[in-house]
Write a protein that binds this ligand. Structure first.
Ligand code: CO
Length: 211
């Protein structure tokens, strides 16, 4: 286990290594941020966006929360989304869940996790309710939670498409594409499970007609 001092020491070593490799590395990054991707992932420490996609600092704009939820009243997420879409002009938004997600598992229990977590996990219970018939038919517990993980990612991508931020960018700038992925903790492989092209069909109830 790393102590807190070890983290700072490792950081010095890492910075020195980077500079030795490429003397202009930090100078360049400090002046430029042009990521093409926004990543909305789980806070789980085993799913680091850059590492599992082989990308470098500067390439992915990242937002993470428990179970990678897109909640339409979450000012934190919406600020990140608006900045990434309107200012950084990202071409792709990825919602990446992962099999073995503690948040998803917790939401399938009837345990009281205290109000704040109950409130957060409630969003996942609502996804379960939408697909209750399909999910209840899966007898194996792990397989059922895995399927809920995929359906949760799908619903969060649909939530993105319901925002005026995404709809405005679709209409005026022909981007971004929306992707739903699930990462496997057991094999390190990302499985694409859902995708929405620019101007994909959405429920008319959620469509803005004066953007
Ligand atoms: Co998780």
């Amino acid at each position: 286990m790393y102590s807190i001092e070890k983290l700072l020491l490792e950081n010095k070593g890492w910075a020195a290594g980077k500079t030795a490799e490429d003397p202009e590395y930090f100078e360049r990054l400090a002046h430029l941020q042009t990521p093409e991707f926004l990543w909305i992932g789980c806070s789980d420490s085993r799913v680091p966006a850059n590492e599992i996609t082989g990308t470098q600092p500067g390439e992915i704009f990242v937002h993470r929360n428990i179970a990678n939820l897109v909640i339409h009243t979450d000012v934190n997420l919406l600020s990140v989304l608006e900045f990434a879409v309107e200012h950084l002009k990202v071409k792709h938004v990825i919602v990446c869940g992962h099999y073995g997600c503690g948040g998803i598992k917790a939401a399938t229990t009837n345990h009281d996790f205290k109000q704040v977590l109950n409130m957060w996990l409630r969003n996942i219970k609502d996804v379960y309710r939408l697909y209750k018939e399909e999910l209840d038919a899966i007898k194996d517990d792990e397989a059922r939670v895995d399927r809920l993980t995929e359906l949760n990612v799908r619903e969060q991508v649909l939530h993105l498409a319901k925002t005026s931020i995404i709809q405005r960018a679709w209409q005026h700038d022909n981007r971004p594409e929306l992707h739903g992925w699930v990462y496997g903790l057991k094999d390190g492989i990302i499985k694409p499970v859902f995708h929405m092209n620019v101007n994909a069909e959405i429920d008319s109830l959620y469509k803005y007609d004066d953007l």
